[in-house]
Write a protein that binds this ligand. Structure first.
Ligand code: MN3
Length: 234
């Protein structure tokens, strides 16, 4: 990425792009030289989202769980490269599944950190501008959207995510669930907001009370970055 940034900084077009909201707000950062995926840094201190999300949860979630998805994705891609070299595809089912699971985890967590912010620097409240208009168009009102999203996230069976997607075909926002990191996906849609409802995201502070965690999570949503995601998805 350093190479790309250096390149962009030296061109007029790059200077304009660099001043705009991050081109990589959504999902995973571009892979570094050598083609390996890397754990992105948290954009704030692990304690910054307290009291809504506690520091220890953030440290374990980012430093252990997200890292495991990065490593798992790299491993799956290495094994698929080996299979292409050897011509032995006997494990193709396994490594394809691993690539989807860990790739989904890396992408969604990379988005998740960026769509949150401490309330003191803009987290929480309600969206404005283009995003607010899109939510009203698609769901009737922000309140109706919030209720549907909260209900969908709370009702995910087992581990997964509540996700707001932008669908290019009809320019609408839709709410979907994901089980694990990748099941129940649709096509032609891009997630722009997500809440992680795996137990590792809330168990230390909220125990079994997933709806309480979701209710608190709204206080740290970074609507400016969600709006940037919407613009990037278009
Ligand atoms: Mn997680």
């Amino acid at each position: 990425m350093a190479t790309r940034r250096s390149f962009l900084a030296t061109t007029a077009l790059g200077a304009a792009a660099f001043a705009a909201p991050s081109l990589h707000v959504i999902g995973a950062e571009p892979v570094a030289a050598g083609g390996k995926h890397e754990l992105p840094a948290l954009p704030y201190d692990p304690a910054a989202l307290e009291p809504h999300i506690d520091a220890q949860t953030m440290q374990i979630h980012h430093g252990k769980h997200h890292l495991a998805y990065v490593n798992g994705l790299n491993k799956a891609e290495e094994e698929l490269a080996k299979a292409r070299q050897s011509g032995d595809f006997s494990m193709i089912q396994h490594w394809s599944r691993q690539a989807a699971f860990h790739g989904g985890g890396h992408w969604l967590h990379s988005m998740f950190w960026k769509i949150m912010a401490p309330p003191s620097v803009g987290g929480g409240g309600e969206p404005t501008g283009e995003l607010a208009a899109a939510i009203t168009d698609s769901f009737g009102s922000f309140d109706a959207f919030k209720k549907q999203f909260s209900a969908a996230a709370a009702a995910v069976e087992g581990s997964g995510w509540g996700l707001l997607h932008y669908r290019r075909d009809d320019q609408r926002l839709i709410i979907l669930q994901a089980e694990n990191q990748q099941k129940l996906s649709s096509w032609g849609t891009t997630p722009i907001l997500g809440v992680d409802v795996w137990e590792h995201a809330y168990y230390l502070k909220y125990q079994n009370k997933r709806p309480d965690y979701i209710a608190a999570w709204w206080n740290v949503v970074n609507w400016k970055n969600v709006e940037a995601n919407l613009k990037a998805a278009k």
